[in-house]
Write a protein that binds this ligand. Sequence first.
Ligand code: ADP
Ligand code: MG
Length: 351
Amino acid sequence: MAAIELRGLTKVYPGGVKALDALDLVIPDGEFFALLGPSGCGKTTLLRTIAGLEAASGGSVLIGERDVTGTQPGGRDVAMVFQDYALFPHMDVTDNIAYPLRIKKVDKATRRDKAAEVAARLGLEHLMDRRPGQLSGGQQQRVALARVMATQAQAFLFDEPLSNLDARLRLEARTFLKKLQRELGVTTVFVTHDQAEALAMADRMAVMEAGHIRQIGTPAEVFRRPANTFVAGFIGSTPMNLLDGVVRGDTLEVAGCKVAVPAVAEGRLSDGEKIVYGVRPEYMTYSGEPAEGGMGGKVAIVENLGASHLVTLDVNDVIVQTVVPEGSEPAVGDDGYAVPRRDRALVYRDG
Ligand code: ADP
Ligand code: MG
């Protein structure tokens, strides 16, 4: 097992796309680290550069305090699972799992034993003679995992390994993978574009945008205190309300309403300053009656979220969303008031 450290890591592709822009990152030994960001932000490039499948244009990669920047992939001792699993269609499960060991010139009997041992752990023992084409998506994914585990690498790199599974399997695989990683204690970098996946699985996570890391923290830190409006808009099952506002003395004017200064911003704002007011729909309470500190408007949309409803209010032509518990949802056209929690609301200056 080993820590992974990136120092000023930069990748410029031929043609000039700067996919990684001087990234600094330290992932301690044994951590499950999620790398989250929209398509095209550089996640795959980052993994491939750690694995040595892409050469860095600048900066360095350290694995277990060893500088591997100039080292070939085979000498880095990391194992990567690709989004499409990259199984060999003409090999059975045993040979697919044992493939990395064959590359390492491990003898056949040992390879079969190791493959069987890992397969048993992943519940694949009854499928050893099948080829990938005869397996379900979930089973293929586990074979890809088994192949990685068989290598006994210093670190695992996962590139959106769950994105080809259907919703139910994806949830199962999340729990399974997380548990496995904990048991093995192998440093893991898990790439995803799914914020829920990152929040659920990671010990710590980074949010990337256009080749930059915009925030690093625990899922709780990133959820509670997104560092900027990009992260704020990206994290959460319903997007955070991000509303233009102005500081008016010791209150804020937001969507034509008088709103209390969030606890985190107290004493840090100047009169007349333009800000972006951020509050998650889950952190606003809904009231049908005028409420102190509430933002009043007309109910425009009511969406069923299952155990709750997402209510969209039109507040002086500004959209404000709030989550309302099952059974107390209003009707479209009602007058309604969304009252933000002062201890959860945020203020940004980067809007
Ligand atoms: P992600 O995995 O987050 O979707 P990628 O790392 O695949 O992002 O891509 C980051 C950026 O680099 C994108 O703009 C993409 O078009 C570009 N890119 C990726 N691979 C190559 C390549 N082989 N040659 C040129 N540009 C590339
Ligand atoms: Mg990718």
